[in-house]
Structures are given as structure tokens and as C-alpha cells.
Design a protein around this ligand. Sequence first.
Ligand code: GRF
Length: 204
Amino acid sequence: MASTFRIAVFASGQGSNFQTLVEATQNGRIDAEIVLLVCDKAKAPVVERANKAGIDSYVFDPKAYAKREDYELEIAAELERKQVDLVVLAGYMRLLTPVLVDRYTGRMINIHPSLLPAFPGKDAIGQAWEYGVKTTGITVHLVDGGMDTGAVIAQKAVEIRNEDSLESLEEKIHAAEKELYPEVVSWFAKELIHVEGRKVSVMQ
Ligand code: GRF
């Protein structure tokens, strides 16, 4: 029997994407196990979600370390211990250093709530709303050293209609995330992803 594909999720806040991924591993949509939550905020609701699901958490306080590399080395050791195959960033609000990025090149992904390269960085939904674009969406991409700059794996467009508000747009974006992210993670678990420079293809 093939060994289980092992995932770590990094999150800082609500963890609704974390929850969706947990459920997708439970209902078989993703053929893998989430073996670890990494979180930089002890009080984040995502930590409670992990506890409820019986998933181990590695919670750290970034202020207790002199620099990012110091806590990332500890995270790297934890990922190693758990034999993690894929790192999934889901609302993890910290920039990563080469300590983690270089160890997980091609094996670390992020979801961003815009059609990259438009509206990188914080508050992407608000940026798109203020700009007045008619189509925005979500992007799942590989993580490199930059801010939302890694190779694109998959995107899904979301229309902004006259009757939308910022709140309704946020709802549509979050609903789209819950569809796309589990699907992309399942491709990794099935080893369907092929990367050549910035060109990522899915062998279906
Ligand atoms: C999502 O909108 C995701 O695109 C962004 O952070 C948000 C996380 O939400 N990177 P949640 O914590 O999963 O509810």
C-alpha cells in the first residue's frame, strides 16, 4: 500500500480554508492526511478547529525570537519530524524566508484572493473593489521568496456585478476558495503536478 501523503497547513486567523481542507481529507475528496497546523497566534480560531479535529498544532510567538529565520528553523524541524510532503498556506500572515521556502520548493502552495499578478499583498479583495474591476478571483500558486509572486497553479474568476457590495464580493471569493483549494491539494496528493519554470501543468 502506498504511504499516506502528509500535509501541514499554515494559518493565522479564522481557518475556514483549513476547515474545508480537513473535511476534504475526511470525506475522501483529498487522499491525504493533515498532520500539522502551524500557527503564529495562540488565540486564533484556527487553533481550536485543529484541536477539535484532533490535528496536532505547532503554535509559536514570533515576538519570542530575534529574527524570522530562528522560528522558521524550529518549524522546519517540526515539518521534518512529521515527514510533511506538502505545505499549504491558508491565510498565514507572515512572509517566509529561504529557511522554509528553499526546503519546500515546489512543495509549498498559497491561496490568494485575486487574479494574480493583479492585487498582490494585503486586502486583495478590497484593492480589487476599490479599483473597480469587473472580474477578480482567486489564485493558487507555488510559494517563492516574493510576495505572491510564485508560479500560478490554478485560478478561478469571480465577476463583480452592479448589485455587489464589498461584503457580497468577499462571500463569493471565499466560496470560490473552498472549491478550488481542495481540488488543487488533491492534485498534489495524486502527484499530478508538473512544474517547468513558471509553467505548471496538471496531468489529468
Ligand atoms: C483567505 O481569503 C485567503 O485567500 C487569504 O487569507 C484568507 C484566509 O481565510 N490568503 P481563512 O483563515 O481560511 O478563513
